[in-house]
Design a protein around this ligand. Sequence first.
Ligand code: NIG
Ligand code: FE
Length: 390
Amino acid sequence: MTSLLVANIGELVTNSRALGDGSALGVCRDAALVVDSGRVSWVGPRADAPAADARLDVAGAAVLPGFVDSHSHLVFTGDRAREFSSRMSGRPYSAGGIQITVAATRNAPDDVLAANVARLVAEMVAQGTTTVEIKSGYGLTVPDEARCLAIARQFTPETTFLGAHVVPSEFADDPAGYVELVTGAMLTGAAPSAKWIDVFCEEGAFDADQAMAVLSAGKAAGLQPRVHANQLRHGPGVTVACEVGAASADHCTHLTDADVDNLRGAGVVATLLPGAEFSTRSAYPDARRLLEAGVAVALATDCNPGSSYTTSMPWCIALAVREMHMSVEEALWSATAGGAAALRRDDVGTLSIGSRADFTVLAAPSYVHLAYRPGVPLVAETYQRGQRIA
Ligand code: NIG
Ligand code: FE
C-alpha cells in the first residue's frame, strides 16, 4: 500500500491532547499528516512533512476525524412524512408509529432494504461520517430481525440487535411472550450478525425488568449492551444501562441528578440525539448538566423514519451548539471521539499516530464553520483508511 501525505492543512483536529494545542480537540495549525497502510503514521508542522508516495494538497482547509455516528436505525423501507407534518401541526410524538415502519419493512425484499441502507449510508459518508452503528428493530419476527441484521452487517461491523424496540401488534396481548421470543429464538437468529444488543426502555415499550431480561440474555449470547433510555419521560432506562454495564445510554432527555451521578460513576457514555428532539418538537436534553458533571457525551443522528430522519452529523453539531449550549469544541469532540467511546472503539474518532486514517476535508478554514454555517454542505471530501470514499 502506498503512503499519502495530506499537505497544507490550515487546521487539523486530532482529538489528541499530546499532538496539538493541549485542548481536548488537539488542534494543530499549519499542519500535515501522513497515512501509511490505512493508518496515521505522522502528524506535525507542514514545513517538516516527510515525503510520501502520493500527495493531497488541501490548500489551507480544515481536516477533522471522520464522524462516528453511534446510533442509527437504517434498515427499513417507506417513510412517515405525514406523521411528521401532523406533528408539526401540533400532534405529539408517540412511539406507536414504529408499527407502520415494521409492517412496511416485513413486506420488503432484502434487495429493497439493502438499497435503502446503501442510500442512507452514502448520504452519511457525503456528510463526513466514516463509522456508523446500525440497529435492527423494524422486523420484530425471528426471520425479519435476522435478515435486517445480516443486511446491516454488509455496511458496518457496528450492528445492534433491537428486537426489543416495541412489542409488535400480534403480541399486544402477550408482551411476556414477546420478551421470551426476543431472548430466545430471535436472539439466536440475530446473534451471528450483531455486536450489540439494545432495548427501548420506556413506558409503552419495555419496563426495567423486561429490559434487564433482554440485555442479560444478549450478554450471555456474547453481545454488548446499549440502551434507549429516558427519551420521552423519566424512567428506569439509565439505571438499567448503568447496572448492566452498557457502553452507552442513548437519548438521556429526562434525567434526575441521581441518573447523572450514576452515568458518571458507571462510566456509561450519554449519547444525545438532538435530531429526535428537533423532529418531535420536544425539549432538548440538558447537555451542560452532563458535561459539567464529567459524563462523557456522544452525539449521533438517530437516523430513522419516525423521530429523526436525518443523516447529517454536521447538522446535529449545529443543533447541539445552538440548542443544547454545547461549545463548538464539545460538540465536535462528541461527534467524533465521543461516538467512538460510545462504541468502545479506540481506533477511530481521533487522528493520532496509529489511528485509522478516517478523516474529512472541509470546504472551510475551521471546524467552527460546521455550526457557524448550518445546513451548508461543508464536507468537501471524506477518507476512510486513507482512501477517498466521497
Ligand atoms: O430512537 N426510540 C425509539 N426508537 C426510535 C424511534 C423510531 C421510530 O419512531 O420509528 C428513536 O427515536
Ligand atoms: Fe434510536
